[in-house]
Design a protein around this ligand. Structure first.
Ligand SMILES: CC(C)(COP(=O)(O)OP(=O)(O)OC[C@H]1O[C@@H](n2cnc3c(N)ncnc32)[C@H](O)[C@@H]1OP(=O)(O)O)[C@@H](O)C(=O)NCCC(=O)NCCS
Length: 190
């Protein structure tokens, strides 16, 4: 994500990512007051960039559908060279949800991580009251790997923990990949 894309994503997220009475994220960043929303979104991503290292890196990618910016799909890792695993996370602008884009973007990132960045497994979490996210994980081939309580709104919610391995990935459309070599160097694979 370059800065122009980040600004466009901040504006897209400010238009709404979920219903007012819902909170699909562990870190409730979508509740940031409107007057600080875009600034905080940018500062978060600049922070992610500035902390990028082979020991702890996040790769957050912009998602475009027929050229239109629709949301993000990313993966967060710690000690990747040792563990070869990472946790996926995503969101789409509300008007782009429920059209199958979330499934294809997850299939795309997971295939890229397994085929080009040396991942051996991928995890994801979805709150029990987020059917779309749970459904996407299951459709893409993740298996349930436990359930835990996590704090939300001064109480708790069940979080379904999912695990994906290359043999269970349900692949989407064939990928065309460019620019993977510099990323492999950055994360210490070469
Ligand atoms: C989660 C998210 C990325 C999924 O993307 P999406 O494009 O909406 O998902 P898709 O259209 O590819 O698939 C959603 C699936 O969930 C199902 N689904 C959605 N709402 C549902 C509901 N209330 N009950 C049952 N199933 C539901 C859909 O039917 C679909 O399954 P199907 O293709 O088998 O019919 C998107 O909805 C989103 O950004 N949500 C808000 C942010 C969020 O929750 N992020 C993830 C945090 S863990």
């Amino acid at each position: 994500m370059d800065d122009d894309t980040l600004i466009a994503l901040a504006n897209l997220a400010a238009d709404g990512v979920h219903g007012e009475d819902e909170m699909p994220f562990l870190q409730p960043w979508t509740r940031t007051p409107a007057e600080r929303f875009q600034q905080q979104y940018l500062q978060h991503h600049w922070g992610v960039r500035s902390r990028f290292s082979a020991d702890a890196w996040d790769l957050d990618l912009a998602v475009r559908h027929h050229g239109e910016l629709v949301g993000t799909q990313g993966v967060a890792t710690r000690s990747f060279l040792a563990t070869r695993t990472g946790e996926t996370g995503s969101w789409l602008g509300r008007r782009f949800q429920g059209r199958g884009i979330g499934t294809v973007m997850r299939q795309t990132l997971c295939a890229f991580l397994f085929d080009h960045l040396g991942f051996e497994q991928i995890t994801s979490s979805a709150f029990a009251d987020n059917p779309a996210s749970n459904q996407v994980s299951q459709k893409v081939g993740y298996r349930l790997n436990g359930v835990q309580r996590v704090p939300r709104n001064d109480t708790w919610v069940s979080s379904n923990e999912y695990l994906l391995t290359p043999d269970t990935l349900v692949r989407g459309p064939a990928l065309t990949v460019t620019g993977a070599e510099p990323v492999r160097k950055l994360i210490g694979l070469e």
